[in-house]
Write a protein that binds this ligand. Structure first.
Ligand SMILES: C[S@@+](CC[C@H](N)C(=O)[O-])C[C@H]1O[C@@H](n2cnc3c(N)ncnc32)[C@H](O)[C@@H]1O
Length: 228
């Protein structure tokens, strides 16, 4: 991740150009998360969390939620808009905002260490991997593998634009990029796929393009109990 990318995200939050925000908890999360059968008090890491309401939903399931987010504007808005009064303290290079079962480490994901993050059982990724430029995504996965234990399960939501060279059965299968990024370390299970036709708001004259919304469960190849 370059300093320029970070500055652009910080600017987005300052200018409130944040159309990725959801008005309520993600429907694929609420539908498929219970199928992971996690213990209530298990610790869920939400990388690049923004001010996602998914963290509120996860905490309501009894989980301990740990987000990481670059923008202090986002972190402040998260707690303020949910009427929570967090404590704040320095943890290494990060500022830790915390209320009840929800903690957010404000700082750069790529600088995060195990010492700051603590033990993690599960990762919830919505618009984190896919928010990053394509050439940075392998670094994102490499960093993830450094800071979470081998036994961690990842619940990953993606939005994948169909490639013209793909057949329909390829488009609705495990995405080629997901395979190349994760298959060395994880068993990949495609839990759900939904095809939608969406117009690109930047090109209103073009025909709507097919897009796949997918939910994946990634289980570590290192963990015997995690093999699907
Ligand atoms: C597309 S948004 C998704 C936010 C959230 N996951 C959601 O579902 O609403 C990506 C977020 O990642 C944050 N971000 C980008 N680069 C980051 C980095 N290197 N470290 C921490 N957060 C980062 C941005 O500020 C932004 O809030």
């Amino acid at each position: 991740m370059t300093d320029r990318d970070n500055l652009l995200w910080l600017q987005c939050w300052r200018d409130q150009q944040i159309d990725f925000n959801q008005a309520s908890a993600n429907q694929l999360l609420t539908r498929f998360w219970p199928g992971l059968y996690l213990a209530k008090r298990s610790r869920v890491f939400v990388p690049l969390c923004g001010k996602s309401l998914d963290m509120i939903w996860l905490a309501k399931q009894g989980h301990v939620v740990i987000g990481v987010e670059l923008s202090p504007v986002a972190v402040k808005a998260f707690f303020h808009e949910n009427h929570l009064r967090p404590t704040r303290r320095k943890v290494g290079q990060f500022t830790l905002w915390q209320h009840g079962r929800i903690s957010i480490l404000c700082g750069d994901y790529f600088s995060l260490t195990v010492a700051e993050l603590g033990q993690i059982d599960t990762v919830y990724d919505r618009a984190a991997l896919t928010a990053l430029p394509a050439d940075i995504r392998s670094l994102y996965v490499a960093q993830l593998s450094l800071i979470v234990p081998d036994s961690t399960t990842v619940f990953l939501l993606t939005t994948e634009d169909s490639d013209e060279t793909e057949t329909l059965s390829q488009a609705v299968g495990v995405g080629a990029e997901i395979k190349s990024l994760y298959s060395a370390l994880f068993n990949i299970k495609l839990v759900y796929v939904e095809s939608v036709f969406e117009a690109d708001p930047d090109f209103p004259d073009q025909l709507p393009q097919r897009t796949e919304h997918k939910a994946y469960q990634l289980s570590s190849k290192q963990s015997v109990s995690g093999v699907i």
